[in-house]
Design a protein around this ligand. Sequence first.
Ligand code: GLY
Length: 363
Amino acid sequence: MELTRISFTPKQSTSPCDILIGEGIFPEIRSSLESMIETPSSITIITDSNLKKYAKGLRKDLSKYAKTNIVSFRAGERQKSFQTAVELLSKFAALGVDRKGIVFCLGGGVVGDLGGFVSSIYKRGITYFHVPTSLLAQVDSCIGGKTGIDMDFGKNQVGTFFQPRGVFIDPNFIDSLPKVELVNGIAEMVKSSIIASKRLFERLKRSDFDSIDELKRFIADCCKIKSKIVSADEKEDNLRSILNYGHTVGHALEASSNYSLSHGRSVILGMQAEGWIAKELGIFAKEDFVQQEEMLKKFERNGDSIRPRKKELLKYALMDKKSSSGIIRMSLPEKIGKMHRTKSGNYLVPVSEKLFLGSISRL
Ligand code: GLY
């Protein structure tokens, strides 16, 4: 099997993260583990109710190496809560997981964020790995060590930065994903290209996003882009904020729709809005803005009707983690493949409420 390996150690850290990508990767996991860590006292696989079948397959491979248990919770974004985190922590304790125990998070973004979060706080942090199963998790959320849970005051409002020791990506997981799940990942791929790679953008431009095999070929490129950014700025002091392009408006749309609007659709609309803001500010080159519009047009709305509630969106944008002192701040593109830096070197640009609301009116 052909494996792609990407390794990085964030500048501010001493702990490396190894990413392995390959179709049918499960049998490779155990031997790779042996080269990454000392033999653990136990392995706990965290997964959700839809993925137990795969967790059992992984347990079969790993149980020859160390005592392996599966803990699962009901699938769905609603489970990314304090309550589920507490339940998982209690299960760890009941299983006798100690500081030499390791965790595998097998699932999509919810499993990864929640599993990473509990790994980061259990006994002040135990080693963990991701096995992402959604395209969104494979190209974005499994890399970079952002963990978190949702609160009633917003998505991912409580969490930690805690790097996984490794990530094992099997692109075959995306074979059976529904279209909406694929679009969640494709939106992040397009974002990755706009923020960092004109070359990837040109390749994505030639794709109609209908071929699963073609989508699989973009995964490693996106992982490389994200690793490079996280490596330079793990804790989002500056550069890492570019990964949030399209997400200030995107997250606001998602939250104000009570999460009925998908993440992918929200980020596509978010890039349309934020790209327009960048153009209006004279930051985004006009011809590059047009190219972005052409790319985003490929995602037809399929009858989605969005009725943005402007005041509510403004409230969410002001609560965004990048905003501060009552000012909305966004990371904006200068051209395809390059994000803008202010004269003082900051990747975040203040955006007036008027411009923010103007961008919403266009959606
Ligand atoms: N998804 C944004 C980040 O990881 O920083």
